[in-house]
Structure formats: C-alpha cells, structure tokens
Design a protein around this ligand. Structure first.
Ligand SMILES: Cc1cc2nc3c(=O)[nH]c(=O)nc-3n(C[C@H](O)[C@H](O)[C@H](O)COP(=O)(O)O)c2cc1C
Length: 228
C-alpha cells in the first residue's frame, strides 16, 4: 500500500476512534425545573450526541405539573414521546425504566461519558449521599462514584436545610460536581429561554460539550474609566 493511502487510512481510523464517545447518562428526578432536562436532551440530540436516560419515579408527577406532559413508563414509549417533544430524529436516545436495576449503566463495566442528574431532588441526593441505591438513578450514581467517573448533580430546592447542605457536601467530598441550576445575568438574557439555555449549556460544559453558541464572559463590556 502506498504511504499516502496508509496515512489516509490511519487518519480515518484515528478520527473514528476519537469521535466514538460513549453516551452521557442523564437522570431526571422529581424536582422542579423539568424544562432544563428537556432542553438539555434536545440540545444533545440535535447535535447528534448519544444520550441514555432514566426518569425517576418522582419525576412523572412533576413533568405533568410543569410541562403538562404525561410520560409513559415503558422505555420505548418514553423515547417516542421525548423525541416528539424535542422535535428531532437526530442523535441516539435510549431510556431505562426507573427501577430496572439490571440495566447496563447499573454496572461499572459499562462505558459512559459521565452521568448528569438534572434536576436532582433532595430525596435522591440524600439517598445517594447515604449509599442507598433503591432505584436505577441511585445505583448508577453510586457506580459513577465508586469508579471515580464524572458525576454532575444539579440539585433543585430552595431554601436548603442543613441536611441538604450536609448531603451535598458528602457528595462533593465523594467526587461529584455540585452544579445547581442558578441563572446568571452577565450574558444579558432577554427571555426565559435565554436563561434556560445558559444554565443548561454551562452544566453541559462540565462534560466538555460545546453544543450551541454561548455568550461567555470575555472581560469588561466597555472600557469604562469609571471602574471602582
Ligand atoms: C410539582 C412538584 C415540584 C417539586 N419540586 C421539588 C424540588 O424542587 N425539589 C425537591 O427536592 N423535591 C421536589 N418535589 C418533591 C419530589 O418530587 C418528591 O420528594 C419525590 O419523591 C422525589 O422523587 P425522586 O427522588 O425519585 O425523583 C416536587 C414535587 C412536585 C409534585
């Protein structure tokens, strides 16, 4: 084989290997702000990413209350409904039933890009912090921590009591990143959607995704001489 052909073949192999990222595992709990989960899923799929998803038992009620969306329990039906709401056929989506403890990501041998819990309820936070794995979300989080793999938790509650704060501290000490969905104003949002996108994109930043333009801080907006 000629050296140019060999180089091209090597480059193709290298590029294919680099592109083949394992999926992101996204867990959605029964905390407020389900819109963040739906938007994160939409951005990931539209970008052609691979997502595996667990919707907790508590989340079904909140989807209904906040999005008027009755989610089916069966994973293939969930995939259909979620795709419909995201309005895209791109990317890969696989859903698991909340109590399917035999699902692939329940094992440390399964390869994932990382796990995101968005939003995370205080109940799930407490159970993970205590090492209790009663459902698939908790089991997968436990596995991410034992394998020292990326686990990002976006807790949603206000205000936090001392138990919440201690549980979150325990999880941070065990290796999780605690990333509450807190809005910022320095990017000058004009709509609620701007705020949602900013929170979602900054959260997905933690896994190295760059899915959509984000108005990142790049220094003072004007070179005002009136600085304190
Ligand atoms: C409309 C609605 C909003 C809720 N918001 C929150 C919340 O923001 N944070 C929280 O920790 N729990 C919230 N809850 C309570 C949880 O849904 C409840 O504790 C549930 O058992 C959590 O289940 P999970 O941990 O399996 O997701 C909310 C419940 C409802 C119905």
């Amino acid at each position: 084989m000629k050296s140019t052909k060999l180089t091209a073949l090597l480059l193709t192999t290298l590029m294919t290997t680099a592109e083949a990222q394992p999926p992101l595992l996204m867990a959605v709990c029964g905390a407020s702000a389900q819109v963040l989960a739906l938007r994160a899923l939409q951005l990931l799929l539209e970008a052609g990413e691979s997502v595996e998803m667990i919707i907790s038992r508590g989340a079904f009620e909140v989807w209904r209350a906040e999005l008027g969306l009755v989610l089916p329990v069966a994973p293939d039906e969930q995939e259909r409904v979620l795709r419909e709401h995201c309005g895209t056929a791109a990317g890969q989506l696989r859903c698991y039933r909340w109590n399917d403890q035999a699902a692939p990501p329940a094992s440390g041998s399964y390869r994932l890009r990382g796990m995101l819990i968005l939003p995370a309820s205080m109940g799930t936070v407490g159970r993970i912090a205590s090492g209790i794995a009663t459902d698939l979300v908790e089991r997968c989080a436990d596995v991410q921590l034992k394998e020292a793999r990326p686990l990002v938790i976006a807790p949603r509650e206000m205000p936090w009591n001392l138990i919440h704060l201690r549980n979150l501290t325990t999880l941070a000490e065990a290796g999780a990143r605690i990333a509450p969905p807190v809005p910022a104003w320095y990017h000058q949002p004009e709509t609620l959607q701007d705020m949602v996108d900013f929170m979602v994109l900054r959260t997905l930043d933690l896994f190295g995704y760059d899915l959509a333009p984000l108005r990142r801080w790049s220094g003072p907006i004007s070179a005002s001489p009136q600085r304190p």
